[in-house]
Design a protein around this ligand. Structure first.
Ligand code: SF4
Ligand code: SF4
Ligand code: SF4
Length: 186
C-alpha cells in the first residue's frame, strides 16, 4: 500500500511539474516569469507572424503552473533571436507588456543547450550527415571529431534549436533542454 501511494505521489508530482521548459529569449527567472506571465499568448502569435513560429503553449503535461505559458519547441522551428530574422529586437519580446520577456542584448541570449544521443546519430552509426554542424550559427558550438562525428560545446551552444530542427535522424539524435539557460534577474 505504502509503495502504491509513493508511486501515485510521484505520478502526481510529474503531472503537476514536469521540470524546466525552454523559455523564449529575454525571459526573466522562472519564479518571476510565472508571476508576470498572464498567458496572453501574444508572444506566440508574434513569433508565428514575424518570427520563426517556434513558440507554443505548454501543455498540461508541464504542470498546472506552466500550463498555457510559452515555450520554445525546436521541432516546430528554431528560435531566430540570434543571427536570424528576429535580431536585434525579437517580436516576442516587443509584444510582451507585462515584463515576463525583456529586451536583452542578443549576444547574451542562451536559451539552453542540446543533448546529443549518440545511438541515434547518423554520423556515429552509419557515417555522413553532419547537418547539425552545417546549420549551427555559433562558431565552435559544434566541432567535428576525427571520427567524423559532431561534438557539442555546451558553454558555447545558445540553445537556438537549429540543429534539433534540422537533424534528419528518426527519432531525432538531438534534444533541446533548458540546461545552462541564462535568464534575466529582476
Ligand atoms: S506575451 Fe508575455 S505575458 Fe503574454 S504569454 Fe508571452 S510571456 Fe506571457
Ligand atoms: S526571437 Fe523570434 S523566433 Fe525566437 S521566440 Fe521570439 S519571435 Fe520566435
Ligand atoms: S549546437 Fe544547436 S542549439 Fe546550440 S547553438 Fe548550435 S545549432 Fe543552436
Amino acid at each position: 500500500m505504502a509503495k502504491k501511494l509513493i508511486a501515485l505521489g510521484n505520478i502526481l508530482r510529474a503531472i503537476l511539474d514536469r521540470g524546466s521548459v525552454v523559455r523564449p529569449p529575454g525571459a526573466v527567472v522562472e519564479n518571476e516569469f510565472l508571476k508576470l506571465c498572464i498567458k496572453c499568448n501574444l508572444c506566440i502569435e508574434a513569433c508565428r507572424v514575424a518570427g520563426s513560429g517556434t513558440l507554443e503553449r505548454c501543455s498540461i503535461l508541464y504542470g498546472l503552473k506552466k500550463y498555457g505559458t510559452p515555450r520554445v519547441n525546436p521541432l516546430r522551428a528554431p528560435c531566430e533571436a540570434v543571427k536570424g530574422r528576429c535580431e536585434p529586437k525579437p517580436p516576442c519580446i516587443r509584444v510582451c507588456f507585462t515584463g515576463a520577456l525583456q529586451l536583452i542584448d542578443t549576444s547574451l541570449i542562451k536559451l539552453g543547450s542540446v543533448v546529443w544521443i549518440k545511438d541515434r546519430c547518423i554520423a556515429a552509426t552509419k557515417g555522413g550527415c553532419l547537418i547539425c554542424y552545417e546549420v549551427c550559427p555559433i562558431p565552435g558550438a559544434i566541432k567535428i571529431t576525427k571520427e567524423n562525428t559532431p561534438e557539442f560545446n555546451m558553454e558555447l551552444c545558445i540553445g537556438c534549436g537549429r540543429c534539433v530542427n534540422a537533424c534528419p535522424a528518426k527519432p531525432k539524435a538531438l534534444k533541446l533542454l533548458a540546461k545552462g539557460e541564462k535568464r534575466i534577474v529582476i
